[in-house]
Design a binder for this molecule. Structure first.
Ligand code: SD4
Length: 333
């Protein structure tokens, strides 16, 4: 599926590189699932990349900001806000599926090119947790605010208290309650966090990640998405990474930080994502859940890899915004 970008007239920017990706991947690598380069990776700047198909609309909003010459940090916030506001999206922001007790609880984080970071976890009643995370970054000496304290801060900052449980999400929760099977197993239908990374016209990188977390989780459960270095991490010297899927597995391997550090040591974004997945699949039980990683280096090359087939991502470079299937560790049956 390909979605053409809105005609935002990006044209060729001063940052755009024309060199071809040097891909030394062999047929054996493709079979083994060890790609040196993602075959779709082209070093074109500016670039926006985001998880899942809702990434297409988020990328468009982010790239519109970048096209105006604004900073990546403003672009990543604006991008994921599109997904947060979408009532049909059952796993991010407004309309997200609740915990087992019927509460919509949200996690989000944001990080800029200077290494500043802000995050909120277990936040209720606020439609745009990413903007609260941005305020934590900009207006406080802290990195993370949680629960009632995060809500109190949001209200002080002028955010409006809202009911985030839509009729659609409530209905699904009520159906779930009939059996109330609590299986903290993630499949592609009940998780769709948005992680978004962007490099602007100045060559600076920022990232954002926001989610309502696992559907029907225990009340108070916090996943990887608000944890800087787990759900998302950027370093302006190297690049950035973000995660989607069963947060517990990402938390236990600090996935996004790991991937950025692997790129610092010379791995391509694709190799780094594959190694990030391998740290998880080396342990037992990975067959029952999904993890998807995206990585972007400072040249604008990207990587994407997941445990299960079915993970996709949206890539916006030059005037093309397209949805791409990620290669995966487990193959389609
Ligand atoms: C979490 N990582 O709360 C999130 C869920 C997710 O795609 O990514 N869904 O565990």
């Amino acid at each position: 599926m390909v979605a053409a970008a809105a005609s935002i007239g990006l044209g060729h920017t001063s940052c755009q590189l024309s060199e071809k990706v040097k891909d030394e991947t062999t047929d054996a690598d493709v079979k083994k699932g060890t790609l040196k380069q993602n075959p779709r990776s082209k070093p074109i700047l500016p670039v926006v990349i985001a998880t899942w198909n809702h990434g297409i609309a988020a990328n468009e909003a982010a790239m519109r900001i970048i096209a105006q010459g604004s900073k990546a940090i403003d672009a990543v916030e604006a991008g994921v806000k599109v997904t947060e506001a979408d009532p049909d999206n059952l796993s991010v922001g407004y309309g997200g599926l609740p915990d087992r007790d019927g509460n919509v609880t949200l996690d989000a984080c944001i990080m800029d090119e200077k290494g500043n970071a802000g995050s909120v976890s277990f936040l209720q009643h606020i439609k745009h947790p990413i903007s609260v995370a941005r305020k934590v970054m900009d207006e406080t000496p802290h990195v993370m605010l949680s629960g009632a304290g995060a809500l109190q801060f949001a209200l002080q900052q002028g955010f409006k208290k809202e009911n985030l449980l839509t009729d659609k999400a409530k209905k699904q929760w009520e159906e779930w309650k009939e059996k109330a099977e609590y299986k903290p197993i993630v499949n592609i239908e009940n998780h769709d966090t948005i992680g978004l990374l962007a490099i602007d016209k100045h060559g600076d990188i920022s990232g954002a990640c926001t989610t309502s977390g696992l559907a029907y989780k225990m009340h108070g459960r916090v996943g990887d998405s608000p944890v800087i270095g787990a759900g998302m991490f950027v370093d302006n010297e190297v690049g950035g990474a973000c995660a989607t899927g069963l947060g517990e597995a990402v938390l236990k391997t600090l996935g996004a930080f790991l991937i950025v550090e692997l790129m610092r040591q010379g791995l391509s974004p694709q190799e780094a994502c594959e190694e990030g997945v391998r740290r998880i699949t080396k342990k037992q039980g990975y067959q029952n859940f999904q993890i998807g990683y995206l990585a972007l280096n400072k040249k604008g090359e990207h990587g994407a890899y997941s445990i299960q087939p079915g993970f996709n991502y949206a890539l916006h470079q030059a005037d093309t915004n397209e949805l791409i299937d990620a290669p995966s560790f487990m193959k389609k049956k």
